[in-house]
Design a binder for this molecule. Structure first.
Ligand code: SF4
Length: 702
């Protein structure tokens, strides 16, 4: 139910894509406490360190933005203004820029932490009324390679599995992911399954030895960027061993002959040398997969955040397809979503190349359907600017204005110096935020205070397509407003019709209506139904009042032919390679107790205790060559910038590779902790996801 009693509200954790249910108790003075929801199907009451400390991020309002602010010139100080003054100016500037340069002169950069309703209304505003597809989100940095690969392989962006498949699997391939730290509650479930069933095999593929490796039967510590070579070597061995499902391949896939030809291009030994792992270990991994009855392949940023992210995804999904281990209990490809509602965003088409309910931007019929449904303007068939493209376009003057909400691009985007230049060059910047900390605020012409988690109502969808209803527990501070209400007010100022929603549920019902007849159909679903069923996995059968646990059980894929597609792209990657000046490979990632750019988790002293500062993980051999001791201050250089942090000398990383956490931005006036000073602008050509896991650097003692 919505509200358990007068002061207890159900919600979902606002961090990772696992989607754990929580209960929020409201105490005196609007202070909250948070506990795990024992009735929630995902976590049955369990929470990880980040979830357990959620209340502190809400109760500490010392950094909250309380009222709109505005300045007429960048050199002038910000001044408090009313909502009407702020939105009138936003409307006037956007209207002028659109009239002068066209709708593609403005852009909106949002977040995988937005609620589905917020995503929906913003997407409708931008694509359906302003008339540009320039709306992208930080999910571009996270899941866009998986989205593109699912579409190419399975026909649509459809995660086939459900979490209950964990207990039905006897082999897990965890590639480019550290779920022990980044998806902890899901990992606890895999640990418990392994403890009960010790014969269950766990293979971890990662250039670093992470906490996830502690549970692994086999760790393939590959060289960065060699995932496709490894996946093809596994594919070749599975074919040679006869561990493929030829009936499934013949009846339900296309592309097998080309795939077979591709994977036989390299010998096992050649692949082992390229990957930097023993050939016997690859053989062992192939036999674990081949002997399994239920095979789950799990992956996240190590595959997605790559210049060949889509190809890495495809080569992994191929393993499920050739073994026929998809659409069956305990089997399937399983992308672990980084953010809490990247999935909800994908459902409403909240990326620059997507349209709501899995409609295609290059399909005129689909675009016309939307124009008719919204009674808006013509929906453009031209994909909008993606996250990194927006900032490149601001820097070179093609883009004039940007509206940034719920994300902190100066810390999270690659090549941070370019982002700084872009924001300086922009004619107009609006930042919609909860906190006064993000560096982006320094560049804002208008600052709009937003309501945060627990202060607004809406829905989110987790990694297994499970929709949860998040209830509002407390009012936002000061004059802060929910993001959906801010965009509703702005749209009305622009004179657009159809943006007057009495409640968030009215937005949700409109979104649900738009899914009718599609593969993600949730038509008829409303908050009351979600509450009565606790949560719902899409697609939803209104007559039976039930969602769908596992997709493709009928082996009918969503491609035009109804068959899954085996793809066999070349196995090369095109990252920035090390050279004499920059001889080491830098990879970046998360730590256990921080979230993104730390504007929430950085407020919690318990979470800060785990790892207190940014660090450079470096192998003892490299440290010895560079005369670096453990804990010594080191300078890290790439062709784009510099970072200065203390070393952690450790055998957990391969020689020739160094690691920096991605969370830290500007601290005490210095941005020398920011990993993205170093990372590069290369993106996957299909997904446009940045190559965060690979760039060339040099390390020196400070
Ligand atoms: Fe929140 Fe993810 Fe931790 Fe669950 S596992 S409590 S969703 S951060």
């Amino acid at each position: 139910m919505n509200k358990e009693s007068n002061s207890v509200y159900k919600s979902t954790c606002c961090y990772c894509g696992v989607g754990c249910g929580v209960k929020i108790s409201v105490e005196k003075n609007q202070l909250i406490s948070v506990t795990g929801d024992t009735e929630h199907p995902v976590n049955q009451g369990k929470l990880c360190s980040k979830g357990m400390n959620l209340q502190y991020t809400v109760n500490d309002r010392s950094d909250r933005l309380l009222y709109p602010q505005m300045r007429h010139h960048r050199s002038s100080p910000l001044q408090r203004v009313s909502w009407d003054e702020a939105l009138d100016r936003a409307e006037a500037v956007f209207r002028t820029l659109i009239a002068k340069y066209g709708p593609d002169a403005v852009a909106f950069y949002a977040s995988g932490q937005c609620l589905t309703e917020e995503y929906y209304i913003l997407n409708k505003l931008v694509k359906g009324f302003i008339g540009t597809n320039n709306i992208d989100t930080n999910s571009r940095l996270c899941m866009s390679s998986a989205v593109a690969a699912y579409k190419k392989s399975l026909g649509e962006d459809s995660v086939p599995i459900c979490y209950n498949d964990i207990e039905l699997a006897d082999c897990f391939l965890v590639a480019g992911a550290n779920p022990a730290w980044c998806h902890p509650i899901l990992w606890r479930r895999i640990e418990a399954h392994k403890a009960k069933n010790p014969e269950t095999k766990i293979i971890v593929v990662d250039p670093r030895i992470t906490d996830t490796c502690a549970l692994a039967d086999l760790h393939l510590q590959i060289n960065p960027g060699t995932d496709i070579v490894l996946n093809y070597a596994l594919g070749r061995l599975l074919i040679e061993q006869g561990d493929i499902d030829l009936d499934f391949i013949n009846d339900h896939t296309e592309g097998y002959e080309a795939y077979k030809e591709r994977v036989f291009e390299r010998t096992l030994l050649e692949s082992a040398i390229i990957c930097g792992v023993p050939a016997e270990d690859i053989e062992r991994a192939a036999s674990y997969i081949g002997e399994s009855k239920g095979f789950l392949s799990l992956w996240t940023m190590g595959l997605n955040q790559s210049v060949v992210g889509v190809n890495k995804n495809l080569s992994l999904i191929d393993l499920n397809l050739i073994t026929g281990k998809i659409g069956k209990p305990g089997s399937g490809p399983f992308s672990l979503t980084g953010q809490p509602n990247a999935m909800g965003g994908r459902e409403v088409g909240g990326l620059a190349n997507l349209l709501p309910a899995h409609r295609d931007m290059d399909n005129k019929k689909h675009r016309d359907e939307l124009q008719q449904f919204w009674s808006g303007t013509i929906v453009s068939g031209k994909p909008g600017l993606t996250a990194t493209e927006m900032f490149e376009a601001l820097a070179d003057g093609r883009l004039k204005a940007i509206w940034i909400l719920c994300t902190n691009p100066l810390t999270s985007l690659p090549n941070a110096r370019l982002v700084e230049k872009a924001l300086k060059m922009a004619k107009f910047v609006i930042v919609q935020e909860i906190s006064n900390k993000p560096q982006t605020l320094d560049f804002a012409d208008i600052i709009l205070p937003a309501a945060g988690w627990a202060e607004k109502e809406g829905t989110m969808t987790n990694s297994e397509r499970r929709i949860s209803h998040l209830h509002k527990a407390i009012p936002p501070p000061g004059e802060a407003l929910p993001d959906a209400e801010i965009f509703s007010r702005f749209a009305q100022k622009m004179g657009f019709k159809g943006f007057s929603y009495p409640t968030p549920e009215d937005i949700y019902k409109e979104h649900a209506q738009l899914t009718s007849g599609t593969s993600i159909d949730i038509s008829g679903l409303d908050y009351t139904l979600i509450d009565s069923l606790k949560t719902v996995q899409w697609p939803f059968d209104l007559k039976k009042k039930q969602g769908t646990t596992r997709l493709f059980q009928d082996k009918k894929f969503l491609t035009p032919s109804g068959r899954a597609q085996l793809h066999s792209p070349p196995d090369q990657h095109h990252s920035e390679l090390p050279d004499q000046n920059f001889p080491l490979i830098l990879t970046t990632g998360r730590i256990r107790d921080q979230w993104h750019t730390m504007s929430k988790t950085g407020k919690v002293s318990k979470l800060n205790q785990h790892i207190q500062a940014a660090f450079l993980e470096i192998h003892p051999n490299d440290a010895a060559t560079l005369n670096l001791a453990d804990g010594q201050l080191a300078n890290v250089y790439s062709i784009r910038g510099e970072v200065r942090v203390r070393t952690r000398v450790s055998k957990t990383i391969k020689p020739g590779v160094v690691f920096l956490p991605m969370h830290w931005g500007k601290l005490l006036g210095s941005d020398l902790h920011r990993a993205n000073n170093l990372t590069n602008d290369l993106v996957d050509p299909i997904s446009k996801e940045p190559d965060f896991k690979f760039c060339a650097v040099r390390v020196e003692a400070h």
